[in-house]
Design a binder for this molecule. Structure first.
Ligand code: PXP
Length: 248
């Protein structure tokens, strides 16, 4: 794969959300992961939340066993999650902020104020061979802090940009997009690998996919929703097509 290839990580959390709405085993996130691989996903992303509201520990065990593409394991910076990550040693670990009461990951991680703790937290993960990514807002202070603590990757939170777009706040959307553009250039200049994600849809993906410094997009909720209407394979194929077109 060339250095300019924009990777697509498919987040399968919400297959598990649907499963958990009824309990039982259907629909199976592992089956979704295998279909996503065949449809051209470069990686699979899954967030094991403290409250296990979607992905379960057994899902992570299964993903580690069956995947032939890398697993990007999203987790909060807690001792429990660190132990789980060190047991599995996934390809990548993405550290995200987590609040029990939030519906989804609302903002980026506060790295600057927790630099010491996070530096110690990620060190064993890096030693275990995981690529550590930090999910942050497009904020220079947070990017510098992520760099200082030894992260190799940052993932820029695209939620504010996507929300502004879907709610028709177009000036704000353009400002958010500009911040993402500037901060992806800045992070890249520090030697960080830049990823992006959260809330991306067919309507919002292309301007972000066009940033040359962005190497990976992680997309979940929209794709799983779109799969209801057109099936998972075509839903992913269309995202892939839009990303490639934006990149060309
Ligand atoms: N990236 C990170 C770090 C996330 O926490 C999430 C949501 O779990 C995503 C990407 C995907 O967001 P969405 O499901 O809105 O596409």
């Amino acid at each position: 794969m060339s250095d300019t290839h924009l990777r697509l990580g498919v987040n399968i959390d919400h297959v598990a959300t649907v499963r958990n709405a009824r309990g039982g085993a259907y629909p199976d996130p592992l089956r979704a992961a295998r279909i996503a691989e065949e449809a051209g996903a470069d990686g699979i992303t899954a967030h094991l939340r403290e409250d296990r509201r979607h992905i379960s520990d057994a899902d992570i065990d299964g993903l580690m066993e069956v995947l032939s593409v890398p697993l990007n394991f999203e987790m909060a910076a807690t001792d429990e999650m660190q132990k789980i990550a060190l047991r599995h040693k996934p390809h990548a670990v993405c550290i995200v902020p987590e609040k029990r009461e939030e519906r989804t990951t609302e903002g980026g991680l506060e790295v600057a104020r927790e630099e010491n703790r996070l530096a110690h937290f990620i060190a064993p993960l890096r030693e275990a061979g995981c690529r550590v990514s930090i999910f942050i807002a497009a904020d220079m202070k947070q990017i510098e802090a992520a760099h200082r603590i030894g992260a190799e990757v940052i993932e820029l939170h695209t939620g504010a940009y996507c929300d502004a777009h879907s709610e028709g706040r177009l000036e704000e959307r353009d400002r958010e997009l500009e911040a993402l553009r500037e901060m992806s250039t800045f992070a890249h200049s520090l030697g960080l690998e830049v990823h992006a994600g959260h809330g991306l849809t067919y309507d919002t993906v292309q301007p972000v996919a066009a940033f040359p410094e962005v190497r990976e997009l992680n997309i979940g909720h929209f794709l799983i929703g779109e799969a209801i209407f057109r099936g998972l394979t075509p839903a992913i194929a269309e995202m892939r097509r839009l990303m490639d077109a934006a990149r060309a």
